[in-house]
Design a protein around this ligand. Structure first.
Ligand SMILES: Cc1cc2nc3c(=O)[nH]c(=O)nc-3n(C[C@H](O)[C@H](O)[C@H](O)COP(=O)(O)OP(=O)(O)OC[C@H]3O[C@@H](n4cnc5c(N)ncnc54)[C@H](O)[C@@H]3O)c2cc1C
Length: 797
């Protein structure tokens, strides 16, 4: 008798591709014995069944690398665990470079892989040719060899995961499509299906390219869209005997491997083909899209160059399958901001098989424990501005993201599509001043000024080096304006405002009105959910300033902890502009603009004032290490304020100048030094934490403090002024990797490249270490504090 749907399940996994199967398996492993998986067709019948299923660990970020490493471990042990073969073939992968920048790119990835114990080594073009004799290696400059990479049979992996999950109590329902999602007060209650209703506490949404429409059923934004993705299959070719490594020829947009004695040649062409929602519906079961030889032709030419044997090969088919892409090329994992209990595991950007093992593990961990197994904020389901859920923007952006899959990770690189979505109040002024814009959370922000042409992407000193230097010099010697308008701004108002913030923030939130308070917002593990600056405007009113991209996430966190407090929370981000006026001449400028009294304002104090007749709230603080104020005014008044400040001698400065100055000052930033694996103690920010407790995370912090946990953040100054560290580089002491850089820049005020790094062993002031920049070990000196103005005298009045 067919199994019937239960009336209740604690977790409903929707979708039976790799993400759904892996999530179900890991839920079962974590003891959720009543989880069910609903698949409207047959398991794997969406995208997973036709995946090329390569598992390649080299990535640009530490935790995505770590996650794929987990997948490798899982896939290599599943057969033993379940008795079900998964077709795991561990023949390694070969990444070739045909230009110097690609060589740098793959060597940077190799360096990062080594930091995680992944075997990856540089080899010569000749050795690469030995490993792939069919390849034309004439233009190959070098390669990285990763022996542990492999590939799987996607359907068999899913079968093994499901078999193990069933053994632990999970149940699978095929031919059971979800037709509606039930919510109550913004919380998941259940699902309606073609076979009846199931009440549940949580949903894991693993519905691949259909996730945006499923998310909408629950009122959540899921900005992902499918594109066509191609690989060519040939009949057997002489010279292919047995399994070979995967060959990555990313300069030619190709991945290549053997398949049943022939070749499989896949591509990420520069601009993909988007698929509008609705085109592929539930009848698309084990479906494929039509061949498109015109579109594939340039890639075919590239393939013929790399593999001359293709010339005479017989083509079996040009497979065209759909795959979903997100606005930034990373998948979405975790609970949505809009709907409690709705967890996303989708938008896999063509690495669903490689990531699936680790992503499913992290998603299950998130559902069961409330957080991923390690920080995955780069994949956070709450990271996209609502504007990105627009279909028009997705139709433009998704094909570009497909094309960037094999891009070289140049510093400062910007996407071209779906731009100009959100303009700063001073957008026109900045463009008139020659701003080169970068997109953050949909906002166009000046990266640097004095733009004369598009910068040439490179790993050496960038085109903007002198522009940024001039902006730093202005802030250091005269006065510069740093635009902080896109910072998330949240008004916390009501009679319980202080009590609420004392609960959700670790800082001294009970300081008097007129104060500025820097605070960490922690979870109950004592690690960072966010860090923010609060201005206490009155006894019952605070304005919180949080990261530009953190607003959705922070609003969700605050709202979810507001129950029982008499407060209101309002997102006022767009109502106000914030101009950071910084530098030794800032004092003269505010006096000339009619507010000399601001010079009497103490550090971390704020007050109302009028500058050139415009009401501002001036807060005395500095993120760049020079004296000044962050001036908040109505967005509509920003042009007049800017005109007055620039007429008095201030010049605009961009984000690159700010980052350089921040790193010299050793100020930690969310997403760089601070994340959900870091506590204020390990980040060296315990001074800003209330030792009296009473806030979320206090117990965990007290325990960590008692056990002698210490700061792990150090500053590094590199000897070689020409070296260009970018962050994510291993740090060596002797032959051992002792840490990794988290932010890096050229420090114009000290005249040397500078980095912040998290280290796992204590390092002493002045100790000598090496930073691995694309396998070149650069000497550096450790400083246990800011490398510029350690006493902070320049920024305090
Ligand atoms: C040509 C090609 C080659 C690729 N090669 C690689 C590779 O080499 N390495 C790699 O890592 N990745 C690769 N990928 C990507 C990888 O295959 C995908 O990322 C992955 O398979 C996506 O899995 P998923 O579980 O997210 O989605 P899917 O496999 O699409 O699963 C989603 C499931 O949800 C079901 N569903 C949808 N709506 C409902 C509903 N209302 N109710 C119930 N069920 C529903 C669907 O029927 C479907 O089965 C490739 C992709 C393509 C197209």
């Amino acid at each position: 008798m067919a199994d019937s749907l239960p009336s209740h399940a604690s977790v409903v996994v929707i979708g039976g591709g790799i993400m759904g199967c892996s999530t179900l398996y890991h839920l079962a492993k974590l003891g959720v014995s009543d989880a069910i998986l609903l698949e409207r067709n047959a398991l794997t019948s969406g995208t997973t069944w036709h995946s090329a299923a390569q598992v390649r660990a080299l990535r640009n970020s530490q935790n995505l690398t770590r996650m794929i490493q987990y997948s490798v471990d899982l896939y290599s042990r599943l057969e033993k665990e379940t008795g079900q073969s998964v077709g795991w073939i561990q023949k390694g992968s070969l990444s070739i470079a045909t230009n110097p920048d690609r060589l740098t790119h793959i060597k940077r990835q190799e360096a990062l892989a080594r930091a995680y114990g992944i075997d990856a080594r540089s080899i010569s073009a000749a050795e690469a040719k030995e490993r792939w004799p069919l390849m034309n290696a004439d233009d190959v400059l070098g390669a990285v060899w990763s022996p542990d990479d492999g590939r799987v049979s996607p359907s068999d992996v899913c079968a093994a995961l499901v078999k193990a999950a069933k053994g632990l109590g999970a149940r699978i329902f095929e031919r059971t499509g979800v037709t509606g999602i039930l919510t109550e007060n913004g919380r998941i209650k259940g699902v309606e299906t073609s076979q009846g209703t199931v009440m549940c506490d949580a949903i894991a949404l693993c519905t691949g390219l259909w996730s945006r429409e499923l998310g909408a059923m629950a009122g959540a934004e899921v900005p992902a869209l499918a594109c066509e993705h191609f690989y060519l299959l040939t009949k057997p070719i002489a010279g292919i005997a047995g399994n070979m490594p995967t060959l990555s020829d990313h300069d030619n947009h190709l991945y290549i491997r053997d398949d049943s004695g022939g070749l499989l040649v896949g591509c990420f062409e520069p601009m993909g083909k988007p698929i509008a929602p609705g085109v592929l519906n539930e009848s698309f079961e084990f479906g494929l899209l039509p061949e498109d030889w015109d579109h594939f032709e340039p890639m075919m030419m590239n393939a013929l160059h790399r593999l001359p044997a293709l010339e005479t090969a017989e083509v079996k088919m040009l497979l065209n399958g759909p795959e979903s892409f997100t606005p930034d090329g990373t998948f979405m994992l975790g609970e949505t901001a809009e709907t409690r209990g709705l967890f996303l595991g989708c938008g896999m950007n063509s690495v669903g098989m490689a990531s699936g093992g680790g992503a499913g593990m992290n998603l299950a961990h998130c559902i069961v424990h409330g957080h991923t197994a390690y920080d995955l904020s780069e994949a956070d389901a709450k990271r996209f501005a609502p504007v990105f859920n627009s279909l028009d923007h997705l139709m433009a952006r998704a094909p570009e993201i497909l094309g960037t899959h094999y891009d070289i990770a140049y510093p400062g690189k910007q996407l071209k599509t779906a731009r100009n979505l959100r303009a700063l109040p001073l957008d026109a002024e900045y463009r008139a001043a020659g701003a080169h814009m970068g997109q953050v959370y949909g906002w166009e922000r000046p990266l640097y000024f004095g733009k004369t042409s598009e910068p040439t992407p490179r790993f050496e000193r960038p085109d903007w080096f002198t522009n940024v230097g001039a902006e730093v010099r202005a802030a250091h010697e005269k006065a510069a304006i740093f635009d902080a308008s896109p910072f998330g701004k949240i008004e916390v108002e009501g009679k319980d405002a202080e009590a609420f913030l004392m609960r959700v923030c670790a800082g001294h939130m009970n300081r008097k009105p007129g104060s500025v308070i820097y605070t960490a917002m922690l979870n109950d593990r004592g690690t960072f959910e966010s860090d923010l600056t609060a201005q206490r405007l009155g006894p019952d009113h605070y304005r919180l300033f949080t990261g530009t991209a953190a607003i959705k996430r922070d609003m969700a966190w605050l709202s979810r902890h507001a129950e029982g407090f008499d407060i209101t929370l309002t997102d006022s981000t767009e109502a106000y502009a914030v101009l950071g006026l910084m530098g030794p001449e800032a004092a003269r400028i505010v006096a000339e603009c009619g507010a000399p009294e601001l010079n009497e304002l103490g550090y971390f104090r704020q007050t109302g004032a009028h500058l050139a007749g415009i009401h501002v709230r001036a807060a005395r603080l500095s993120y760049v290490g020079e004296a000044g104020w962050e001036l908040t005014c109505k967005a509509t008044n920003a042009p007049a304020l800017y005109a007055a400040l620039t007429a008095a001698g201030a010049v605009p400065a961009g984000m690159f100048a700010q980052t350089s100055m921040r790193v010299e000052k050793g100020f930690c930033a969310m997403g760089h030094e601070l994340d959900s694996d870091m506590t204020p103690i390990t980040a060296g920010l315990d001074f800003a934490v209330r030792k009296s407790g009473g806030f979320i995370g206090a117990e965990a912090l007290a325990a960590a403090r008692a056990s002698g946990t210490r700061s792990v953040i150090v500053s590094l100054v590199l000897d070689d002024a020409e070296a260009v560290p970018l962050g994510h580089e291993p740090v060596y002491r002797g032959d051992s990797i002792v840490g990794k850089t988290s932010s890096a820049a050229f420090g114009y005020r000290i005249g040397k490249p500078v980095a912040l790094a998290a280290v796992k062993v204590p390092l002493a002031e002045g100790e000598r270490v090496k930073v691995d920049i694309a396998r070149r070990l650069c000497d550096a000196t450790v400083t246990l504090g800011p490398v510029f103005d350690p006493s902070g005298s320049r920024m305090k009045p």
